[in-house]
Design a protein around this ligand. Structure first.
Ligand code: APR
Length: 192
């Protein structure tokens, strides 16, 4: 885990780091889940393994009660043994070529995750790069959508109780893509 790059937005810090989300300490970690909340590979599998069976148990209960979590929405469970008070499960879009509303669903996944955090008094939140693994969303486009959504939320009245939002990128390549997208969106040049 490096210290990454950070930017102040409103009252909060937006931070990009290179690392493993399962090792991050925050009030809430965000999982890139599927609609059935059934677990899987990627960051979902890693978070369930690190957090223990209490997470899947609560996911099963939510699935039984309300059928899961539609794309673009988010639900909160225990974080089990993870270093967090809660685990937010959100579902990104499956990439279908870019004309099927994927950008909007991805934007809502970030926005609704932060809304849920705020509603539960969770002030520091760490995300993975949603949809850019098994779901096939191109990373450069996803980075722009994700960062725009996070910057907009942090600048809005709704976002003022948040202290830090972190994007934890798993590879140096993804980190570089997010870093230059953030430079572009915030009008700054990336550091050499
Ligand atoms: N920490 C941070 N990021 C990680 C980690 C980790 N430990 N492990 C994987 N990643 C990164 C991947 O490199 C990718 O950039 O998370 C990003 C998202 O990839 P996926 O986990 O495949 O998520 P997604 O594309 O949203 O697909 C969701 O995959 O695991 C299943 O159940 C999940 O069906 C759902 C689908």
């Amino acid at each position: 885990m490096n210290d990454g790059f950070s930017l102040t937005v409103g009252r909060a810090v937006l931070r990009l780091t290179l690392g493993d989300l399962t090792e991050v300490a925050a009030d809430a970690l965000v999982n890139a889940a599927n609609s059935r909340l059934a677990g899987g590979g990627g960051v979902d599998g890693a978070l369930h393994r690190a957090g223990g069976p209490a997470i899947a148990e609560e996911c099963r209960r939510i699935r039984a009660e309300r059928g899961g979590c539609p794309p673009g929405e988010a639900v909160l469970t225990t974080a089990g043994r993870l270093k967090a008070r809660g685990l937010i499960h959100t579902v990104g879009p499956v990439w279908r070529g870019g004309q099927a509303g994927e950008d909007e669903v991805l934007r809502r996944a970030y926005q609704n995750s932060l809304r849920l955090a705020v509603a539960h008094g969770l002030r520091t939140v760490a995300f993975p790069s949603i949809s850019t693994g098994a779901y096939g969303f191109p990373v450069a486009r996803a980075a722009r959508v994700a960062l725009r959504a996070l910057l907009d939320f942090l600048a809005s009245p709704e976002g003022q109780s948040l202290a830090e939002v972190q994007l934890v990128l798993h590879t140096p390549e993804d980190y570089a893509v997010y870093r230059s997208a953030l430079a572009e969106l915030s009008g700054q040049r990336p550091l050499p």
